[in-house]
Each structure stands twice: as structure tokens, then as C-alpha cells.
Design a protein around this ligand. Structure first.
Ligand code: 13P
Ligand code: SF4
Length: 317
């Protein structure tokens, strides 16, 4: 019964996409059915690149608010819809604009690099944006003696600091999904599955990063599983990515890394999972829950995002 209902939603969504010249951009952390209906599935960097160049009139964003805001900033004349405006991000919300303004004032003379997982006000106060796909290269693109202020993810920040050795002051924010992975449970799993490689998103804490065979953004992790000769992976990031990993590697095994609290369901991002097929259909019908940003704020936030896109393009990322 449920699958017949979702088949009906899917055919209506396909029809409305054509009718309204809309595209669906979905992040890897969305549920499988949404990834399958999307026109493009990707990580934060590739989604922003796709938002900046497409011929659609409407972008329906299946992801969280900071991603839809980034799409709107890069495509201001398009209608950008987010099927549930409550789809926030614990990391973005850990960095409030008044506190961030003070942080910048307290650390003068530093180039402000903000992770894309920030609200629009934070982007507007930044010099360059980065994602987990390009954070190291963005930092390395600056002169070696340039002092950096990095926000808001302390784990990604420390990972980049260790890789680049640059002078960085880092905001103390974390993602509730990625800080929940249990080192003990991961090591136990590894003991039971010795052939499995541990692959880790840089938002994870240092002890988990230290046991990783590979660290990378969602798309880097996916590419690693395709190129690597191994057959089994313990995956320390949100479980949604495993859909693509299985799709591209049918013969391989993927085991979600366990969280510290086995009852919390924390390896799923509850914000990402607010988006459903039914909400996507309603959103396409009503064209409500549109992302609207004050024009001055949008123009300010556009500068550091475009800078990131230019640097990434130059480097072939
Ligand atoms: P990626 O940029 O690797 O897709 O990560 C986005 C994100 O929200 C991680 O929690
Ligand atoms: Fe934000 Fe974490 Fe969810 Fe990514 S997984 S959207 S960082 S709360």
C-alpha cells in the first residue's frame, strides 16, 4: 500500500518537474527514494556548483537550509524551494551572528574562512567559504603567512590545520551526528571484520579520525570506495551515503559506524530526514516554503561563495 502511494507521488513529482521546469538537487544524506528521484545527487560543493549553472526556473532542494540558501545566493533569480523550512543543521546553528562578530573582533587581522555549513549571516561576514571537499586547498590557496580564522566545525578545522600547518584560530562547533561515533564500537567492529577499511568524514572527532584508513568529504569517501581494491568498509558519516556506495559497488559490503549511544539513531541526521517524498510533492504543487534572503545580505554572502567556486574551478575540484 505504502509503496503504491510513493509510486503515485513519484510519477506526480516527475510530471510537475517537467511542467514547471524544476530540478531536484539532493544531498547524499537524503533517503534512497529521494536520491533516486533527484536530477542530481552530490556533496555540498557539487550541489552549489550545480545550483550556479542550470537552466531550471525552480530549484527544489532536498537537503538542509544552509544548502538551499547557498543555492539561492548563487541563483538569485530562480525560485529555490526547501520542502521543510525546519531542516536546519546543528553545526550551522552553533554559530550565531552576534557571537561570530565578536569572535572576528577578538581575533583581528585574520582571513575568515567559513564552512558552507553556516547560516547566510555568517557567510556574509566571511572572506571565503569552503566545503569539506576543498577546505585544505582553499587554505593552501592563501599566502603561507596569512593568519586564518576558521568556523564553525572544530573537527574539520583541526584536520585542515594538521594537514596544512597554517596559523588557524578555530571556532568550537561540532555536528551532532559526526561527534557521536564511538571509537570503541568502531574498533570492535574492525576486530570482528578485519578486512574492512575504516572511512571517515573530517567532521568526526580526532580519535575516530586517527583510526581511519581514509578521510574525506562525502563524495571523496564515495570515490575512494570505487577506486579502492578493498571489499568492505566501516563508514563513519551519515548513513544516507551508503545508498550510493552500494549502487556503485554492488559486490562490496558497507557497515555504518556505530554511535556511542546505540539507541539514539544518531547516525541519521534528523534535519536531513525531515525531507520526504510527500513533502517534495506538496512543495512542487504549492511552491511554498521558498528561500527568501534580504538582497544586501545575499550580495554580501555571494562574494565569499563565488571566491570558493573560482578557486575550486581553477584547481579542477
Ligand atoms: P559534504 O560537504 O561532505 O557533503 O558534507 C555535508 C555535511 O553536512 C556533512 O555533515
Ligand atoms: Fe548539519 Fe551534521 Fe546534519 Fe551535516 S549531518 S547537515 S553537519 S547536523
Amino acid at each position: 500500500m505504502e509503496s503504491r502511494a510513493s509510486e503515485k507521488y513519484i510519477s506526480e513529482i516527475k510530471y510537475l518537474k517537467e511542467e514547471k521546469n524544476a530540478i531536484i538537487l539532493a544531498h547524499y544524506y537524503q533517503t534512497e527514494d529521494i536520491q533516486e528521484i533527484a536530477d542530481f545527487v552530490g556533496d555540498s560543493l557539487s550541489l552549489s556548483q550545480r545550483a550556479a549553472s542550470n537552466n531550471a526556473d525552480i530549484i527544489l532542494f532536498a537537503g538542509v537550509k544552509f544548502m538551499a540558501e547557498t543555492a539561492k545566493i548563487l541563483a538569485p533569480y530562480k525560485k529555490v524551494l526547501l520542502p521543510d523550512l525546519n531542516a536546519g543543521c546543528s553545526l550551522a546553528d552553533s554559530c550565531k551572528s552576534a557571537d561570530f562578530e565578536k569572535f572576528i573582533k577578538d581575533n583581528p587581522g585574520r582571513t575568515v574562512i567559513s564552512y558552507v555549513n553556516t547560516n547566510v549571516e555568517i557567510k556574509a561576514m566571511s572572506d571565503i567559504i569552503c566545503t569539506s571537499s576543498n577546505a585544505i586547498q582553499i587554505v593552501q590557496s592563501l599566502p603561507p603567512d596569512e593568519k586564518i580564522l576558521f568556523a564553525p566545525d572544530r573537527n574539520l578545522g583541526n584536520y585542515v590545520l594538521n594537514k596544512t600547518g597554517r596559523d588557524m584560530v578555530i571556532w568550537n562547533g561540532t555536528c551532532y551526528v559526526h561527534e557521536e561515533f564511538s571509537l570503541e564500537a568502531i574498533l570492535k567492529l574492525k576486530e570482528e571484520n578485519r578486512d574492512c577499511k575504516i572511512i571517515v568524514h573530517p567532521e568526526c572527532e580526532l580519535p575516530v579520525r586517527m583510526v581511519a584508513d581514509f578521510i574525506g568529504s562525502t563524495s571523496a569517501l564515495l570515490q575512494f570506495t570505487e577506486k579502492d581494491q578493498g571489499k568492505c568498509y566501516i563508514v563513519a558519516t551519515e548513513v544516507g551515503i551508503i545508498h550510493q556506495m552500494k549502487k556503485f559497488n554492488p559486490g562490496k559490503t558497507f557497515i555504518p559506524a556505530p554511535p556511542k549511544d546505540s539507541t539514539c539513531g544518531c547516525s541519521e541526521c534528523s534535519f536531513m530526514k525531515l525531507i520526504t517524498i510527500e513533502k517534495i510533492l506538496n512543495c512542487l504543487i504549492n511552491e511554498k516554503s521558498e528561500i527568501l534572503i534580504d538582497n544586501d545580505m545575499l550580495l554580501k554572502a555571494q562574494v565569499p561563495i563565488r571566491r570558493m567556486i573560482e578557486i575550486s574551478e581553477k584547481l579542477g575540484l
